[in-house]
Design a protein around this ligand. Structure first.
Ligand SMILES: Cc1ncc(C[n+]2csc(CCOP(=O)(O)OP(=O)(O)O)c2C)c(N)n1
Length: 687
């Protein structure tokens, strides 16, 4: 590099720094420290390595970039603007304002080029592992000699906060095991977090920790040394059998004479005087704000032309691939578009004539095996609970590093295949990372991920579920063992507040089917649902089959709730509303009341989120306001059911924790029984 080139790089780096500084100052809120420290690193990555196309942010084979340290959003916005994405200087001036394209933390779907919503620390690292898994799977499935149609890296910038969080430890431990060689993580090692120095709380040797995970680890001692960072990325790319960590020693708030290297530059504007001092210190004109020198603009904008040509090379490759591997090409395109193939759900099991009791987890297993035959995009796994949740795709092999030695113990493997084309991911006991990884796979595209664990451990995944809902991702969470029906394992394993706890997350569909037939429809619904995640909540215990000609068809699931059974044509005096296993309790109670001549209706309400979106006329036709005796039955928290039963109604549920005993005893002892529902109905009728 000659001196002119070196100066241009330095000016580019300072442009990134001061766009961030000015935007934060202008908004009077935000985080200038990270962009100031990471600008050289980001420059080296984005200008010399990242294969992306600013004019088409959705180009499928682009490298993925995740700013896990989402508070440093202005770093990303500056890069997007300067490399030619559809993000103007005015957008940057609008940082953190109402309806701007530059929200406080990066948000998927709002800003072109933002791959993922980040901000809750650690999540982005998990998402990136998911993207790398998606890439590895699709590459293994679709690439042919001479046709590397899926071939990209996933890059992440993570700070101390990200690496302190457990979710990143879980995810990186798994990434090391899986040997995800195209995952490259930068550790912004600036020794400062929000409230002070990392010496207060984070003194482990991060590099050694990652080495023990099986990562390739490098150190760059000067975060301003673009050439060294560049070399480190090159070496990281050469290491194809392990994920790479590049620890870069940076200075938070670099350039700010009074704030650099201190937590005061982390999360507040520098202040007008300090902005000026920092600019002067780094030889930058104090005015105007948001200054982008012409030569820097022209230089960094080259990324757009480079990106267009990368994409068009790839398009040519895919065209040639299509000629020789037509079927695979069609399938790849279909999966990228997220469209399900014709006939994907035509041979799902039917339980209309089935008489044997079946748990909904077992029915789910049967459905999943059929879906897996049609949908190669359906891949997933559980947090060490395959044999319990039954969320596996039998015969489709295990997603594992092909480089793991042949003599490893394969107990518990789900098929013969043992490489990146396997479709069962063994997450190990890492629920939180499983949630974040599943989101990363969905974000990557080409994949419909599913996960599995006990419902009570949905708590361990909640932060990732919330973000998936916020991003509107098609992720399917299988949760089994959904109530005190778990039985002997006791209250630690018996969900109580979890149904309500998940229902209150906006844009999450929580579906708790009442039998095998509803389970089929629940899966169908989850797959059709492109814009939100779905939690499928299944029983451990067997349930009767409802399809005996006396009950309405289970496709009512697609309306969230429906009239399952009614004692007669007569307007009901009692409406019993239930989900899952308690639908059977409600039915039994309903029949007792009917025998006494009381007209009763039983509503199966597997999904509130869907039901509440139905037009009012439909909702009213299922749960009429005029019927005052409305009783909800669910072996979970009662709080919230007023929504349907009103102040005149009642709820038969659980307001404390469960206990260790056989399930049938627990339902009796906690009073989630037909007898109780009958008694409560009579009380209300007598009022
Ligand atoms: C899960 C979570 N906890 C807390 C926060 C609040 N928070 C934002 S940044 C930050 C400190 C992060 O430190 P570091 O990663 O070193 O970032 P830097 O100070 O280098 O910008 C904290 C605690 C958060 N965003 N997410």
């Amino acid at each position: 590099m000659n001196n002119d080139e070196r100066r241009l790089v330095e000016r580019s780096v300072n442009t990134i720094r001061f766009l961030a500084v000015d935007a934060v100052q202008h908004a009077n809120s935000g985080h200038p420290g990270l962009p100031m420290g990471c600008a050289p690193l980001a420059y080296a990555l984005w200008m010399n390595h990242l294969r992306h196309n600013p004019t088409n942010p959705r180009w499928f084979n682009r490298d993925r970039f995740v700013l896990s340290a989402g508070h440093g959003s202005m770093l990303l916005y500056a890069l997007l603007h300067l490399t030619g994405y559809d993000l103007t200087l005015d957008d940057i001036r609008d940082f953190r304002q109402w309806e701007s394209k530059t929200p406080g933390h990066p948000e998927f779907g709002i800003t072109p080029g933002v791959e993922v919503t980040t901000g809750p620390l650690g999540q982005g690292v998990g998402n990136a592992v998911g993207m790398a898994i998606a890439e590895a799977y699709l590459a293994a499935r679709f690439n042919r000699p001479g046709y590397e149609v899926v071939d990209h890296h996933t890059y992440v910038i993570a700070g101390d906060g990200d690496l302190m969080e457990g979710v990143s430890a879980e995810a990186c431990s798994l990434a090391g095991h899986l040997g995800l060689g195209k995952l490259i993580l930068f550790y912004d090692d600036n020794k400062i977090s929000l409230a002070g120095a990392t010496s207060l709380s984070f003194t482990e040797n991060v590099g050694e920790r990652f080495e023990s995970y099986g990562w390739h680890v490098q150190h760059v001692n000067d975060g301003n040394d673009v050439a060294s960072i560049d070399d480190a990325v090159r070496r990281a790319k050469e290491e194809t059998s392990k994920p790479s960590l590049i620890c870069v020693r940076t200075v938070i708030g670099y350039g700010s004479p009074h704030k650099q290297g201190t937590y005061t530059s982390h999360g507040s504007p520098l202040g007008a005087d300090e902005v000026k001092a920092a600019k002067t210190n780094l030889g930058w004109p104090p005015e105007p704000a948001f200054f982008v020198p012409d030569d820097v603009a022209a230089h960094m904008r080259q990324a757009a032309a480079k990106g267009e040509s990368s994409e068009s090379e790839w398009t040519d490759l895919v065209d040639a691939y299509r000629k020789t591997h037509a079927g695979a090409a069609d399938e790849l395109v279909r999966m990228i578009e997220g469209v399900l193939p014709d006939g994907w759900d035509t041979d799902l099991p039917s339980y209309a004539d089935e008489t044997k009791d079946l748990s909904t987890r077992k029915a789910s297993e049967a459905v999943l095996q059929v879906l897996a035959q049609h949908l190669p995009e359906l891949i997933g796994g559980t947090a060490d609970l395959n044999p319990s949740t039954l969320a596996w795709v039998k015969g489709f092999g295990d997603f594992q590093s092909p480089r793991l030695s042949d003599d490893v113990d394969r107990q518990g493997a789900v098929g013969e295949t043992w490489d990146y084309s396997g479709r069962n991911i063994h997450y190990g006991v890492r629920e939180h990372a499983m949630g974040a990884i599943a989101s990363g796979m969905a974000l990557h595209g080409g994949i419909v991920p599913f996960t599995g664990t006990f419902f009570t451990f949905s708590d361990y995944m909640r932060p990732s579920i919330r973000l998936a809902a916020l991003m509107g991702l098609r992720v399917i969470y299988v949760f089994s063992h959904d109530s005190i029906g778990v039985g002997e394992d006791g209250p630690t394993h018996q969900p109580v507040e979890h149904l309500m706890g998940l229902r209150i997350i906006p844009n999450l569909r929580v579906i708790r089917p009442a039998d095998a037939g509803e389970t089929v429809e629940a899966w169908r619904n989850a797959l059709r649902n492109l814009k939100s995640p779905t939690a499928l909540v299944f029983t451990r215990q067997n349930l009767p089959i409802l399809r005996d000609g006396l009950h309405a068809a289970p496709d009512g699931v697609h309306r969230g709730g429906y009239v399952l059974w009614q004692s007669s044509e007569q307007e009901p005096e009692v409406v019993l509303i239930a989900s899952g296993s308690e639908v059977h309790v409600a039915l039994k109670a309903g029949k007792t009341l009917a025998d006494d001549g009381i007209p009763v209706r039983v509503v199966s309400l597997p999904c509130w989120e869907i039901f509440d979106r139905q037009e009012e006329g439909y909702r009213e036709s299922v749960i009429p306001k005029s019927v005052k005796v409305r009783i909800a039955v669910e072996a979970g928290t009662t709080l919230g059911w007023e929504h349907y039963v009103g102040l005149d109604g009642a709820v038969v549920g659980m307001d404390g924790f469960g206990a260790s005993a056989p399930a049938s005893v627990l339902f009796e002892e906690f009073g989630v029984t037909a007898e109780r529902v009958v008694a409560v109905s009579r009380e209300l009728l007598a009022r």
